[in-house]
Design a protein around this ligand. Structure first.
Ligand code: ATP
Length: 307
């Protein structure tokens, strides 16, 4: 019984921690003790950012030795450019972002930022250089101002308000009874998926990292919200090296390069128009399928409105 009760307690502990609004992906990883396998080298140096160029060099990675996930992936995100990773579910897209954060170490090859191997720099400096807009932001049980300021604790009220405005959530907050002092999270006002994402964007605007990872929500937002969020994301990623983990293709049309992952390998790469031009290509097929789904949804909505 002892043997069983320990893991059960641990799960209960994690569950409570999550419920209490532990929001940060880094804290989540701390909690799950994932970092135990990734530690700073004794001679680790702080990452010296020149302009934030990312390189994956023949990266091989497996969570489990017998099940390779990335089988030799090479690509560059030049400073200030945007590269999008697309591909079927389970292809390894999010794994790429975890390796950039160095939540895990590659088994072969290397991940570098401005020529520095992520294994040679301190984890603290690495994570300070990367901003993440995650799929789903869990909020702290605190004020909305606190939740935004989390991106940079020493930000002034004006900076917090400016960030909210840039993330297009300013008018919404000002309309709340207590404005920026409104309590949010599990025990406060519940925000919608799109609103939470805007809080995450505002946080990232405050953090102003040279490198950005956008892990796009799988959950469908309505088209208008999606377009608004897209325009705030375009604003944050301007001039920053950006890696987009994309589940919807509508958001990658403007990327400088699109990498199509399949079974842990790069199946296709290029810009949107190049990839559409590959006959029977994976991207072209994904695009056709998504376009059909979007049209079907629009027809359904039109029919409902006509009723
Ligand atoms: P999706 O589009 O569904 O989010 P993805 O392309 O982002 O998928 P990943 O999350 O990178 O996929 O996962 C790639 C593979 O690695 C999946 O088969 C998944 O089951 C496996 N995987 C992910 N995380 C772990 C883990 N911590 N331990 C073991 N296997 C994992």
């Amino acid at each position: 019984l002892m043997q069983l009760s320990v893991p059960l307690n641990f799960i209960g502990f994690i569950y409570r921690e999550i419920r209490q609004g532990l929001t940060d992906i880094e804290q989540m990883f701390d909690l799950l003790d994932v970092e135990a396998e990734v530690t700073d080298r004794p001679d680790a140096q702080p990452l010296a950012i020149a302009d934030g160029a990312i390189r994956f060099e023949d990266v091989q990675f497996a969570y489990d030795p017998d099940r390779p996930i990335l089988k030799g992936i090479s690509f560059d995100v030049p400073a200030g450019k945007t590269v999008a990773i697309v591909g079927p579910s389970g292809a390894g897209k999010s794994t790429i972002s975890r390796l950039l954060f160095r939540f895990y170490d590659v088994q072969d090859g290397a991940v570098t930022i401005d020529g520095q191997d992520v294994r040679a720099v301190t984890q603290e400096s690495l994570r300070a250089a990367i901003g993440m807009v995650p799929q789903d932001t869990v909020l702290f049980n605190d004020t909305i101002a606190y939740n935004i300021r989390y991106g940079r604790p020493d930000a002034t009220d004006e900076e917090v308000e400016k960030a909210a405005e840039m993330a297009q959530i300013g008018p919404f907050i000002e309309g709340l009874p207590q404005g920026f002092r409104t309590m949010v999270g599990e025990r406060g006002l519940k925000l919608s998926g799109g609103e939470k994402q805007r809080v995450a964007i505002a946080r990232t605007i405050l953090k102003a990292p040279p490198i950005l990872i956008l892990d796009e929500a799988t959950s469908a937002l309505d088209t208008a919200t999606e377009q608004e969020i897209q325009s705030s994301l375009d604003l944050v990623s301007r001039g920053r090296t950006t890696l987009v983990i994309a589940h919807r293709l509508s958001t990658v049309i403007g990327a400088d390069e699109i990498i199509v992952l399949r079974d842990g390998q790069i199946a296709e790469r290029g810009r949107h128009a190049d990839l559409l031009g590959i006959p029977d290509g994976l991207y072209a097929q994904m695009w056709a399928r998504q376009s059909e789904a979007i049209e079907a949804e629009a027809r359904l909505r039109a029919a409902r409105e006509a009723d």
